[in-house]
Design a protein around this ligand. Sequence first.
Ligand SMILES: Cc1cc2nc3c(=O)[nH]c(=O)nc-3n(C[C@H](O)[C@H](O)[C@H](O)COP(=O)(O)O)c2cc1C
Length: 162
Amino acid sequence: MGIIRKHDTTLIRIFKGSKTYKNITTDNFLVANITNDPLAFVRYTFSEVLPEDIQTIYSQEREFPVLKDAQSWVAFECINTKITPYSLVAELRPVMGHVNCCYPKAPNRGLNALIEATIHATRYKMHGEEKYLELINFYEDIINKCGGEREKEALRLLRTYL
Ligand SMILES: Cc1cc2nc3c(=O)[nH]c(=O)nc-3n(C[C@H](O)[C@H](O)[C@H](O)COP(=O)(O)O)c2cc1C
């Protein structure tokens, strides 16, 4: 999900229909897991997280799941949520966070292209428009040229969801 930082405010815009949308409207709570694993982007966009990939965090107020392999995660309370016909916009107030690992990693065009392709795939699933398939093909060329084996495997996985 795209978390937006505007001056001193952190926001998220969620389109209707996703589980995250439902969670925010019922619990006012969200956990952002930060990863640069190409396969995680595709897997967790299109399928349920497997129980063995989850760690449960117990805090004073609640328990919640995080991804074991996330580089870091932040749990947010969602406040001032505004509902529009197609989406909601919520302000995120951090309540807890954790850093599992941090290593310097150069930006990679293949990973960036995989992320773009995954976003277009979610739009294709939503609207079924051909133009999104063309955009995915465009990013596939970059993944094949600049990506590593994991980006290529993630693209193959992405194609199974189309
Ligand atoms: C990199 C990336 C960013 C995304 N950002 C958003 C976003 O900001 N808001 C949104 O509603 N969907 C976004 N999506 C689409 C959701 O990930 C997609 O709808 C997903 O199925 C939601 O999963 P859920 O049903 O478990 O909440 C994004 C997808 C990707 C790959």
